[in-house]
Design a protein around this ligand. Sequence first.
Ligand SMILES: [Zn+2]
Length: 243
Amino acid sequence: MPDASILKQLDALESIAKIDATTRKVEQEIQEVPARLADLKRDVERVEEMLAREHHQVAEAEDLKRKNEGEAASHAEVLSRSRAKAAGARNTREHDASQRELETLRRLSSERDDELLKLMGILDELRGRIASHEQDLAKLRDLLTTEQANAETRLAELRAERDRAATGRQELAAVVDKLVLRRYDQIRGRRGDGLAEAKDGTCMGCRMSIAPQLYNTIQRLISIEQCPFCQRTLIWRPPPPKD
Ligand SMILES: [Zn+2]
């Protein structure tokens, strides 16, 4: 004769396992709320760092541009002095020397102009990038603010859901043998779930075959056993009676 209290305990364990599965799901959602906020914060920080780098690059390019412009101004003076000197050349030798000097000065001046143009192009590109990244940052910050505001509400909802789901667990736990319950909780802590159905000689938790002698004990409902492989508490359901 099967022990009635074993059946009752297995029923209670099955209900407890359902409660625990729901609670676990809600717990995971609870953990996802701050994780998502942390992700968003990291995104904001990444864009902020990128913008800081780009502003630094702009400052560097502007520095270089100012230096070039300063040199161009003093260069213009040298060039006009050189032109005056060329105009006052007294002989061919002096004239040739002046022309060579002027040529060098013009080449240097044109190189500087090229560099200035290049710098202005770089600055334009950098400023365009900064403008678009500032838009990204504003959007991300808005999203973070909204999510932060919603997080507290969502967490409160989820905690209430978890408490609702856990209703009645204590009463059910009182029905189950303390040692059986402790083993179940231990394995649940380790694996996420602690109960598995024994069916057709197999543990449905780990899909390993159960030794015939053990399977027999389970079917006779004389004790509550654990799977020797995954340690889950095994539950066995008699097949529905045929009429
Ligand atoms: Zn198993």
